[in-house]
Design a binder for this molecule. Structure first.
Ligand SMILES: [Zn+2]
Length: 92
């Protein structure tokens, strides 16, 4: 997956359906080059989001994913501790 057009001299781009995480990047379109078969996530025509903005959004999505993963992990630990206390007899 690239974020800029491929290097083909006469690329033929086919528009693909975006995957779920690409929907988090507004104004982008997923293309595949029919010549080199490279997948690209490019700006849609007429939008003004720059590459750095796209990068920022990607970083944001990744950070959110990490935070959610940690949050779920923390919740699991809490549940585990509660369960452990229950086993240890606090609630018998
Ligand atoms: Zn190409």
């Amino acid at each position: 997956m690239k974020f800029k057009p491929c290097d083909c001299e006469t690329p033929r781009y086919q528009r693909l359906a975006r995957k779920w995480w690409m929907r988090a990047l507004p104004g982008t379109v997923c293309y595949r080059c029919a010549k080199c078969r490279a997948h690209m996530l490019l700006r849609a025509e007429g939008t003004r989001s720059s590459a750095s903005q796209v990068t920022l959004v990607v970083v944001g999505v990744l950070l959110t994913g990490v935070l959610v993963a940690y949050g779920v992990d923390y919740y699991d630990q809490l549940q585990e501790q509660r369960w452990q206390r229950w086993i240890d007899g606090d609630n018998w």
